[in-house]
Write a new protein. Structure first.
Length: 256
C-alpha cells in the first residue's frame, strides 16, 4: 500500500490518500471551501481515470467532512463512511453539530454509512482498520494504516503542540482522555494529526501523546475548565493554544 498526505488548506484537515493493489480510499475531505482544488490534488495522486472507493471520515465536523458531498458528485460510486453517531448529522446537513455555523457556512448534506470500531476496509495488499476515538466528537474515529503502525487520528490530536478544544457539541473530556490512552497503547510508529506533518518515531509519538494526556488530566482535575491564562480560541478553531508554547518538531516544509 502507498499513503500520501495532502496538507490541509487554511481551515481544512489533512486529507490522506491510501492506494492498494485492488482499490484506494480517502481519509477526510476538508471543508467545502477548497473542495474542487482538493479533488484536483487527489486526481494528481491517483491518476486520471482512477476513482477512490471509500471516503473515511474521522468525524462529522466541517474541517473533516465539509467537502464530502462534492467528492460524491465527482466520484458517484464513492462510499462515505463515518462513526454511527455522525450519520444523521451529515445526512441532514446539521450546521450546528458539524461546526459549519462557526465558519458562516452551510453544511452540504451527504449520505454516509456507519463504520464501526475494528472494521477493516480491504485494499488488496492490506487494509485500513477503524479505531473508535470518541471525545472531541461522539463518532470520532482514527484509521490504522500499513500493518497498524500508522494512525490517521483527525481531531483527537489537532497538532503536536495544540490540544483539542472540547466545548463542542457532544464532546466529552473523559472520553477524549480515554481515546488518547488507547492511541498510546497501540505503540504507533507514526501518527497523522488533524493539521501538519506526521509525528514520526515511536518514542516521539509517545512523548506527544503523554503531553496531551497530562494536559487533559489537569483539565479534568479542574472540572473541565480551560487552563488559566490560555487565550480564548477563535470561534472556528477546534484546538486550544497553550499560554507557553508546546514543542513542535514537525514543520510543513519537512513533510509536504
Amino acid at each position: 500500500m502507498r499513503m500520501t498526505r495532502l496538507p490541509g488548506i487554511h481551515h481544512d484537515a489533512n486529507c490522506v490518500v491510501v492506494m492498494g493493489e485492488a482499490s484506494s480510499l480517502l481519509i477526510d475531505a476538508g471543508t467545502s471551501w477548497y473542495q474542487q482544488l482538493q479533488v484536483e490534488r487527489i486526481i494528481g495522486v491517483l491518476g486520471e481515470g482512477q476513482a477512490p472507493e471509500h471516503l473515511l471520515l474521522t468525524s462529522r465536523r466541517f474541517p473533516f467532512a465539509g467537502g464530502a458531498a462534492h467528492f460524491v458528485e465527482t466520484w458517484p460510486d464513492l462510499s462515505p463512511m463515518v462513526g454511527e453517531d455522525g450519520v444523521a448529522a451529515l445526512e441532514t446537513g446539521d450546521f450546528f453539530s458539524t461546526w459549519a455555523n462557526r465558519y458562516d457556512s452551510d453544511m452540504p448534506s451527504v449520505v454516509a454509512t456507519p463504520v464501526h470500531d475494528g472494521e477493516v476496509i480491504a485494499l488488496g495488499d492490506g487494509g485500513v482498520q477503524a479505531v473508535a476515538l470518541p471525545g472531541h466528537a461522539p463518532e470520532a474515529m482514527g484509521f490504522l494504516v500499513d500493518d497498524r503502525s500508522i494512525a490517521v487520528v483527525g481531531g483527537v490530536l489537532p497538532r503536536a503542540d495544540l490540544p483539542a478544544r472540547l466545548d463542542l457539541p457532544g464532546a466529552s473530556p473523559v472520553a477524549h482522555r480515554d481515546s488518547l490512552l488507547r492511541l498510546q497503547s497501540l505503540q504507533l510508529q507514526s501518527l497523522v494529526p488533524m493539521r501538519g506533518p506526521a509525528i514520526r518515531g515511536m518514542k516521539h509519538v509517545e512523548e506527544v501523546l503523554q503531553r496531551h494526556l497530562d494536559h487533559f488530566d489537569a483539565v479534568l482535575a479542574d472540572d473541565g475548565r480551560r487552563p488559566k491564562g490560555w487565550p480564548r480560541p477563535a470561534p472556528s478553531a477546534l484546538w486550544l493554544t497553550p499560554l507557553s508554547p508546546w514543542p513542535l518538531d514537525e514543520r510543513e516544509a519537512d513533510d509536504a
